[in-house]
Structure formats: C-alpha cells, structure tokens
Design a protein around this ligand. Structure first.
Ligand code: PLP
Length: 223
C-alpha cells in the first residue's frame, strides 16, 4: 500500500481525541511530502539535525515533534520551530529549553518522558521524580516552557499483558500528576503507542500516537 493509503487506513480507525504523529525518521523528504499531500501535518523525528534539515525543505505549516533523546547542546538547533519535545527527562534539560525559547521570544511545549518499560535501554523519569519536578520552585520559574503531558515507551515484547500494564502505569501517572496543574504544567497529552501497539495504547488512554513503519514502511538503517 502507498503512504497515502496507509495514512488513510490508520486515520479511519482513530477516535477523534487521538492525534497521529507520523514518525518520518530516516525517510526522504519525498516520502514526507507524499504524507503531507495526503493531509498529514504533524511529523516526528528523533534526530535534531535531520529534523532541522527537513524543516527547511518542507512547507511551513508542518508541526515538528522531537520524539528522540535530546542532548542539551543541540536544543538551540530546533528552538525556533519545534512544536513539541516528547522526551524531556530532567530539570536541567527543561532549563536549557526555557533559555532557548526565551531567546526566540516563544514558549516551547514539552512532555515529560516517564520510564514505564522494564528494559534498561529506555529513557525516562520515575513518576516520583516527575511529581517532585512539577512542584519544585525551579520548575515554576521556567516561564517559556509548557509541559503538556507525558510520554512513554513500552517494553519491546510480544507479551500484550505486559505492554498494557506499562501503558496503564503511564495513564495512572498522568491522572496522579494532573492536580499539580500550574501556569506551565497544562496536562492534556498522553503520548504512547507506536506501529505495533497503538491500538492497545489507545485502549489504555493514549491521546497521541507516534507511528512510523505502518505509514512509511520499514526503516533501513544501513544506508
Ligand atoms: C521510531 C519511533 C517511533 C515509531 O516507531 P514505529 O514502530 O516505526 O511506528 C515511535 N516513538 C519513538 C520514540 C520512536 O523512536
């Protein structure tokens, strides 16, 4: 099936409250343009440099989401245009994002990444760390960031019960943190679910799914 057909197929199955991020990492600009022409306006990338290059090449009404691990010294390369940074997991990184946002006279939207998987390879904060961060004085001094919710990645496994438990943990964490709402914590997004598990994620409370290979096909990292 074509990119356009894949997109339409996935979109036709999504409830209205769920936002689709088309994960286009490693894919050529021509593939993104095909998705754009099929109506897609939100794209996710996991490397800042690659996202910046694609941003330059593509129409300016696209929303760019950074879904990968963010190094502090690279925030400046996306600060002028990024619309949501999914993988924030420290106050230090939030401070750098705030500093760069201020330079560009804008607010930058972020999600806190919570470690829900049992694998060591996955990044993220514990629910307790997130709770402490959101209530800290240092956080409330960051006027140019908006934390709009949480992001999580489930363990890479065939065990659906395990994946579901991890998604429910993220949903539960969101519900627990929600009362801590403040001027820069406006909880509305739960980013969870990828090609293999987005239906399960939606059933567990996801409001934003990040889907790559089911739209663009398998990625080839060898080229
Ligand atoms: C690559 C990636 C995705 C998309 O994965 P697919 O299985 O291709 O849908 C989603 N989220 C993150 C954080 C990713 O790095």
């Amino acid at each position: 099936m074509s990119i356009k057909e894949n997109l339409h197929h996935i979109k036709s199955t999504l409830p209205e409250h769920v936002t689709l991020v088309a994960v286009s990492k490693t894919k050529p600009v021509s593939d993104l343009l095909e998705a754009y022409n099929a109506g897609q306006r939100i794209f996710g990338e996991n490397k800042i440099q690659e996202m910046a290059t694609k941003y330059e090449a593509l129409p300016k009404d696209i929303s760019w989401h950074m879904i990968g691990h963010v190094q502090k010294n690279k925030v400046k390369y996306m600060a002028s245009f990024v619309s949501l940074i999914h993988g924030v997991e420290s106050l230090k990184l939030l401070e750098e994002i705030n500093k760069q946002a201020l330079k560009h006279h804008r607010n930058i939207n972020c999600l806190l990444q919570i470690k829900i998987a049992s694998e060591d390879s996955k990044f993220g904060m514990t629910p307790e760390d997130a709770s402490i961060l959101l209530q800290s004085k240092s956080f409330l001094e960051l006027k140019n960031i908006r934390v709009l919710g949480l992001m999580g990645m489930a363990t890479f496994t065939d065990d659906e019960n395990k994946i579901k438990d991890e998604f429910l943990l993220l949903k539960h964490t969101f519900d627990t943190l929600k009362p801590m709402e403040s001027f820069n914590f406006k909880p509305e997004i739960i980013s969870m679910g990828m090609s293999g598990d987005y239906q399960l994620a939606i059933a567990s409370g996801s409001t934003m799914i990040r889907v790559g290979s089911s739209i663009f096909g398998e990625r080839n990292y060898s080229i």
